[in-house]
Design a protein around this ligand. Structure first.
Ligand SMILES: [Mg+2]
Length: 294
């Protein structure tokens, strides 16, 4: 039984997909059967294939599945994954750890104290998105749980020089920038998925972490996992991100979601995470990681 292995999985454009990110290349008659994973204001919004649903149920029976998302708690609560509700979930880009659905107060307190010393205030970064010169491409600006800010953008109208400048400004303020589809995120570096995954791993005593994600906000989580997976689309794909522990799907879009689950399950069932997991919990050095795939 491999129940202790931790599978840390991003949601949007990794596990679940809006219709604009399906990227199906088959004839409609050959399209996979697709199920709804999220309803927003009474309308289906996110989906996965029926095969991916089955694979996820099977995976959750062989490992500890932990959703890891930049979504806020409210946005995460709309997502309906198959199988039992995961005991742990990481939301708000690592800003919140949910245990049996309840935010962990100790984690939030520790994070807030790191933010007070390591990052410029939220208002200072939000002001960069409220820039009057950017109104052609910054359509709306939101704040997520007072931790970070994100904007709905017109990507085609957004100049590369502007986003480059934003990256540089945010870096100097202790913040990071990620562009995913129609959303632009500005997030303090201290609010990251990898630290929250390490904390959940410590609590579970999980010997091995297998992680999947598609965006820059997932990169460190992938780099620090024993085994990492990303789809052949998204921000990391556009950046040609590679790592010694990384497998890239051959499919893109919604079919990449089920391919990821198939690869992760195969890795766990192969038993090799066990042999690569001799390091102490929470302190596995890079050298202890087992290279796999590309
Ligand atoms: Mg994603």
């Amino acid at each position: 039984m491999n129940a202790s292995h931790l599978v840390a999985c991003d949601l949007d454009r990794t596990l679940i997909y809006s219709s604009r990110a399906f990227w199906l290349e088959t004839d409609d008659a050959d399209a996979p059967s697709i199920v709804v994973s999220e309803v927003y204001q009474g309308v289906p919004l996110s989906y996965m294939t029926r095969t991916a649903e089955r694979l996820l149920v099977d995976l959750a029976g062989t490992a500890t599945f932990v959703p890891v998302t930049t979504r806020t708690v409210a946005q995460y609560s709309r997502v309906q994954l198959p199988g039992p509700v995961p005991r742990y979930a990481i939301t708000t880009n690592g800003g919140t750890i949910l245990t049996d659905g309840e935010p962990d107060a100790d984690w939030s307190r520790a994070l807030q104290s790191r933010l007070n010393t390591d990052a410029a205030p939220l208002a200072e970064v939000r002001a960069l998105l409220d820039d009057p010169a950017a109104t052609d491409w910054i359509l709306r600006v939101h704040t997520a749980e007072d931790l970070f800010t994100y904007a709905i953008i017109d990507r085609d109208a957004m100049p590369a020089t502007w986003i480059d400048g934003l990256h540089a400004q945010c870096l100097a303020l202790g913040w990071t920038v990620s562009v995913q589809g129609r959303k632009l995120y500005c997030v303090p570096a201290a609010v990251n998925k990898s630290a929250a995954v390490a904390e959940v791993r410590r609590r579970l005593g999980a010997p091995t972490v297998l992680a999947a994600g598609d965006s820059l906000l997932d990169q460190r989580m992938l780099e620090e996992a024993h085994f990492a997976y990303r789809p052949a689309h998204g921000e990391l794909h556009e950046a040609a991100f590679q790592s010694h522990n990384l497998v890239v799907t051959s499919a893109r879009g919604i079919l990449a979601g089920e391919e990821l689950l198939r690869s992760i399950t195969a890795q766990i069932l192969s038993g090799s995470p066990v042999s690569g997991a001799s390091a102490k919990v929470g302190s596995a050095p890079l050298a202890a990681r087992s290279p796999v795939g590309r």
